[in-house]
Ligand binder design. Structure first.
Ligand code: FAD
Ligand code: SF4
Length: 485
């Protein structure tokens, strides 16, 4: 049997043809010279690679370039970036197989997408559920409804600082983590390699065993509460009832199908309500597979899309995760979460970080690069649709019907941030003007022409013209420039 070359995001058993297949792993320091990744992301990836190297017949090659490690005939599963796929295609001794680590096959996606004007998650998700018989009762969706989003958009419960769910059990670091930490310290000291964010105890699984333990814990203790407050934020509870499984799934330690099957089983056994199971399965079978396919389906220069003409570079305080420089409570807390953990859940990513970047007209490519480097679960394939398309609306609506732009009223409704903030979500101008509320209107004013044809933006644009203080607001936001709010 040919040796299987596993990229660092292909570490689980589903990337092998049999458990005893010999493996090649490549550790390249050069990757960390090219970009300043989050320190905890570098730690997680190296720890996962080095733990994997101790299992079975594995050759771990420590080289500068991947090509240096390839000196025998190999097979490899389709990699997750265009650059890696290009490299594999240039190496004659390497046979590339179909992708693994996702539920739906590329040819099924292409057949589904062909001829459609707009590619919408909801339609793809229904197609995938039928195709793979997930949460189906015969030909009908379980419980008679495809979409239980309406049950899952509640604000945080009133008067609580945390949801009543147990935290995921802490990871116990070992001597491999110790070695990784020492190596990263040395690379910083001696090799001029730089990182962003703070070091900290490893929070995410680096082995299959750790990942399975997290999955079990989530399904038993946290999934029952996942649904209703999925979109809510609490300053004192950054994890809410989210799974925190994205780093493990993206490293390939968990097969998304096994994660989905566990969630469905819990629903069928009656321990998880349908809204929670459906909401969670929608994230993985729906969103995760959808954005994966869009990365390959859209043309390569989709990554450079910038239909709103946003040209500003990221200010230093944001690029360096300087949360202490920020007075706006929501943004400061979320940025601190990125700095300290390299992870925040979906709504802070979309409605705080992405929203702020879009309001301020930051270059979408720079925002995508920032997300890629600063998050422990960041990979190029995830960025294209999530950041360029969904969060920055840089593709003018090829994957979202309208920009995810919102003022302070949204954040106030969906979180407890505003009560303790120096700004007032209702104020547009003046000393206490909320930067998200003012930013929202200045975003609409700046992009009025581009958004005028979008029927979902008609009402907000109409509202813009009724603002008596628009001139003062625009002067105020111009004066703010790239200063931290
Ligand atoms: P849960 O809320 O528990 O969801 C379950 C799983 O669904 C996740 O583990 C993930 O595998 C999958 N998932 C949910 N939404 C998405 C989505 N939109 N795209 C892909 N997978 C999804 N996800 C990443 O894996 N890596 C990223 O770098 C990343 N960057 C993002 C940037 C922006 C601007 C936005 C809006 C979203 C991004 N996401 C990314 C998607 C999503 O925010 C994270 O997958 C999720 O927050 C991870 O936390 P969790 O595992 O607790 O997720
Ligand atoms: Fe954020 Fe504005 Fe609320 Fe302050 S008032 S927490 S800046 S939304």
């Amino acid at each position: 049997m040919r040796r299987r070359w596993l990229f660092a995001d292909q570490l689980g058993p589903h990337f092998l043809d049999s458990p005893d297949q010999p493996v090649l792993l490549v550790e390249s320091k050069a990757v960390f010279r090219r970009r300043a990744f989050h320190r905890q992301k570098a730690h997680l990836v190296l720890s996962a690679l080095r733990h994997r190297a101790l299992e079975g017949d594995v050759r771990l090659a420590r080289v500068d370039t991947y090509a240096q490690a390839v000196d025998e005939p190999l097979t490899v599963c389709h990699p997750t970036s265009r650059a890696a796929r290009g490299l594999v295609r240039r190496l004659p001794e390497v046979e590339m197989l179909a992708p693994r680590g996702f539920v739906t096959a590329p040819e099924d996606f292409v057949a589904w997408a062909r001829g459609r004007d707009h590619l919408r998650l909801e339609e793809f998700y229904r197609f995938a559920r039928e195709r793979h018989d997930i949460l189906m009762d015969g030909a009908e969706p379980a419980g008679g409804r495809w979409n239980l989003d309406a049950d899952n958009r509640e604000p945080p419960p009133r008067g609580v600082q945390r949801l009543d769910v147990p935290e995921p059990p802490a990871i116990v670091e070992d001597e491999i983590d110790e070695q990784v930490r020492a190596d990263l310290d040395r690379w910083e000291r001696e090799d001029g390699i730089t990182f962003v964010g703070n070091d900290g105890p490893r929070m995410f699984p680096a082995t299959r065993k750790e990942a399975l333990a997290r999955l079990r814990h989530f399904v038993t203790h946290r999934l029952p509460a996942f649904g209703p407050h999925e979109d809510a934020m609490l300053a004192g509870d950054p994890l809410m009832a989210h799974s925190l499984l994205s780093p493990a799934i993206n490293l390939g330690l968990l097969d998304p199908l096994e994660v989905i099957e566990r969630a469905e089983k819990a629903y069928r056994e009656g321990s998880v309500p349908l809204a929670g199971a459906e909401g969670f399965i929608r994230q993985i079978l729906g969103w995760r597979d959808f954005v994966w396919h869009l990365y390959w389906y859209f043309e390569p220069d989709y990554r450079a899309a910038n239909e709103l003409g946003a040209r500003r570079e990221l200010p230093k305080w944001f690029a360096t995760l300087d949360a202490d420089a920020v007075g706006a409570r929501c943004l400061s807390d979320v940025l601190a979460g990125v700095r300290d953990r390299g992870w925040v859940h979906h709504i802070p990513r979309l409605m705080v970080l992405g929203n702020y970047a879009m309001q301020r007209g930051w270059r979408p490519g720079a925002v995508a690069d920032w997300f890629h480097r600063s998050f422990v679960d960041g990979y190029e394939w995830v960025m294209t649709a999530n950041v360029i398309g969904m969060s920055q609306f840089a593709d003018a609506g090829r994957m979202s019907t309208k920009p995810y732009a919102a003022g302070g009223a949204y954040i106030d409704r969906m979180s407890d941030y505003c009560r303790g903030c120096r700004y007032n979500p209702k104020s547009r101008t003046g000393d206490d003007a909320c930067p998200f509320t003012a930013g929202y209107w200045s975003f609409l004013a700046r992009n009025e022409k581009s958004l005028a044809g979008n029927h979902r933006m008609r009402q907000p644009l109409h509202g813009l013209h009724r603002l008596a203080d628009l001139g003062a607001l625009l002067d105020q936001e111009k004066a703010r420039g790239s200063r931290a709010p």
